[in-house]
Design a protein. Structure first.
Lengths: 240, 198
């Protein structure tokens, strides 16, 4: 299983939110590019970068910083936040970014979803952000009436290859991952699952790994790394 | 000067930046004369084999690459740039490759998910200056559905297991190529690029 350290960018800074609340940001670095490099030096094998301003405003705000990160590190970079149009997809396709995460637009704009599957193929990741089992959109600010499981099955049917599953009740709260929900989702579909939200202690990684589900390929960790709860080397000793 | 051949197959910036990081003098070019003038050739690329060969032929690059490599110029292929070295591929119909090495390109004969995307271990099959300071069993980053099947066993530099054992790198004289992406494989990937650049 691959560990993706998370770099969330808001106002040019590297921050962590609590439950996705844009007003509750903790700033961990003023230099996201340097932070990204540091994660690589600490042994990260990939990075997950989120443009929080983009997610909130519905347009790519910090793409240049994300591209700078992708240029600076020599590991794959996954990016999401604010991708809403066909032009955005075309721009991303030609960028050095390895994988692209679509959230809101995958729920609200089916033609865009199909276009994204067609042009990005395996580079496309669809994020399923769930609050009590239901999908949310618009930087987690709006709740839909679609269940995460049903949505994940729909995505699989549309040809999506990777799902990023985040339990937003847990994200940034340092209270452990909602393992039951991840487990249920991973059994409901065959495609690749990236698990996210709530990892707060090395033991959470042990539990996730112990689920023994081969389609959970990766896990995203944010606050726990910034707060030094464990190191990337310690995490890799469990996940590799 | 290392020339990265630009033939319209994917973003070359990561390869360019990675070579710059290891201190190489590097240039991305689609001009056959520049490729001829360069001291070393890097052929990266992602996408379909047939389109790639069409582009190389159309831009007058295929002939230059063949001539320069035959003349002994150091060549590094990455991903599709490995596949293109061989005689033919059955990716979406049969296509002729550069034919610099004998063998074919075939769909990964694996029961696991295709494409293989992610980090995987590499077994080193012979000594090479390019693999100096690379421990046997190191992990590198792969994104591919096809793999090369060299006719000559002596051309095999590395193999990797992915529900099957496939050839993940080849080397013959001045020609070397990797199925994985050194430019996205962190410090060990950069070590390979540094070894090529020196």
């Amino acid at each position: 299983m691959i560990l993706f350290p998370a770099i969330d960018i808001q106002g040019g800074q590297c921050v962590r939110l609590r439950r996705g609340d844009f007003e509750e940001a903790t700033v961990f670095s003023n230099d996201p590019v340097a932070r990204a490099k540091q994660f690589e030096d600490e042994g990260a094998q990939a990075l997950h970068v989120v443009d929080l301003d983009g997610a909130r405003l519905g347009k790519m705000v910090n793409l240049s910083i994300v591209e700078e990160i992708a240029d600076t590190v020599s590991i794959p970079v996954e990016y999401g936040g604010g991708i809403r149009t066909h032009e955005d997809l075309a721009m991303i396709k030609e960028s050095p970014i390895n994988r692209v995460v679509l959230g809101t637009s995958a729920v609200t704009d089916q033609p865009l979803l199909m276009e994204a599957v067609r042009i990005l193929e395996d580079r496309l990741v669809i994020s399923v952000d769930a609050e009590r089992g239901m999908v949310t959109t618009h930087g987690w600010q709006e709740k839909s009436s679609v269940s995460a499981i049903r949505f994940a099955r729909f995505l699989q049917g549309e040809g999506v290859k990777h799902i990023l599953y985040t339990d937003i009740d847990r994200d940034g709260m340092m209270m452990g991952m909602n393992l039951d929900a991840v487990h249920e989702l991973a059994e409901a579909v065959d495609i690749d699952i990236i698990a996210s939200g709530g990892i707060s202690d090395i033991i959470d990684l042990v539990h996730l790994k112990k689920l023994g589900l081969s389609n959970i390929s990766s896990v995203i960790v944010g606050r726990a790394l910034y707060e030094g709860k464990f190191t990337i080397a310690e995490a890799r000793a469990i996940l590799d | 000067m290392i020339v990265i051949v630009d033939y319209g197959m994917g973003n070359l910036r990561s390869v360019e930046k990675a070579l710059m990081k290891v201190g190489a003098d590097v240039k991305v070019s689609r001009d056959p004369d520049e490729v001829r003038r360069g001291e070393r050739i890097v052929l990266p690329g992602v996408g379909a084999f047939g389109d790639a060969m069409d582009n190389l032929e159309k831009r007058g690059l295929a002939g230059v690459i063949r001539e320069e490599v035959d003349a002994g110029k150091p060549f590094l292929g990455i991903c599709l740039g490995l596949d293109l070295l061989f005689e033919e591929s059955d990716e979406h119909g049969l296509h002729k490759g550069l034919g610099l090495l004998p063998g074919r390109v075939e769909l990964l004969p694996t029961g696991l998910k295709i494409p293989q995307i992610g980090w995987n271990q590499v077994s080193i099959r012979k000594e090479s200056p390019l693999l100096e300071d690379i421990p046997d069993g190191s992990s590198f980053y792969f994104v591919h559905s096809y793999a090369v099947v060299p006719h000559e066993e002596s051309d095999i530099l590395c193999t990797t297991d992915y529900g099957c054992t496939f050839v993940s790198a080849v080397e013959r004289g001045n020609i070397a190529a990797f199925q994985f992406h050194p430019e996205k494989s962190s410090s060990l990937g950069l070590t390979i690029l540094r070894n090529f650049a020196k």
